[in-house]
Design a protein around this ligand. Sequence first.
Ligand code: SF4
Length: 346
Amino acid sequence: MTDIKNCSLQEVESVLKDWHEPLYHAKQIFSWLYQRGACSFDAMTNLSASLRSRLTETFAHRAIALITLQESRDGTRKFLFRLEDGSSVESVVIPARGRNTVCLSSQVGCKYACDFCASGLLGFKRNLKAWEILAQLLAITHTHRGGAGRVTHVVFMGTGEPLDNYDNVLKAIRIINSKEGFGIGARRITVSTSGIIPGIKRLASEGLQIELSVSLHSADSLTRSRLMPVNKKYPLNELIAACKKYAVDTNRQVTFEYALLKGINCSQEAAQDIIRLLKGWNAKVNLLIYNPVKELPYKAPDKGETEKFSHALIRAGLVVTLRKSRGQDIEGACGQLRIKRGEATH
Ligand code: SF4
């Protein structure tokens, strides 16, 4: 049975039309689902009993089960959820002054095998459906009171490559963004990609001003291919051309994520490679101090090396931020999400 959260507002309206019901019920159903967190159609008390029972016969409205909830010393909370097929996904809530950011997963596992990332360690299992993406946010906002107050920002930076699950992610984003859904502004929603060029081009044409964040990690093609095999399929020069077009079409600044890996990508030569690639257009570099993963050999550079690297970029006129790592003690930080062996039932 289809989950109602796989349906857009227009799709619910079209069902109501077939049933000869007033179309305004679609907005009421959305409000119950996403704003009031109703757990069943029976709870939607401003709908007639006959409509509620028809909805119950036609659609499922599933939740995902919380397995564990860990809280970091810095307030970051990591949720491990079990899906109906026994797979697990993780979501993270990052509270910061005046904002509550939820980091969602888009796939079970990941096929892109970036060399420094925990999520790719166990390979790819499947795409999440739109309802499974939305159910993470619903569980956090309504069921488990995920943080201090309302969710203000959503980032697709959990497990998976969101642009490899384009249709489900976009459907979820439209519901997260719509005023009948979660009502979170497009500029507060970020899609983070390893560099899937066809997905970036499609996203640029959707008429949404979503933030695009691209994992760069090296501006040298050989090093990037070693760190991120996706670079062999979607090479750096074509990726940058697609990002420039995204910036122009959406009028948004593109962010390039750059995890500093000691001895690999934080030399002064590496800084010059970035400057050559990104200087002179609407791009920002987000430097991340690498979060170690026990199975992987990478380490973070020391403070002096990090500062020298970021100063070189700033001196060249690039917009640079140095992202503070959050949730490291609960493995909820960037690149640390994964399903540990034994936690998934399959
Ligand atoms: S960094 Fe992203 S794309 Fe690369 S393996 Fe990890 S989850 Fe997949």
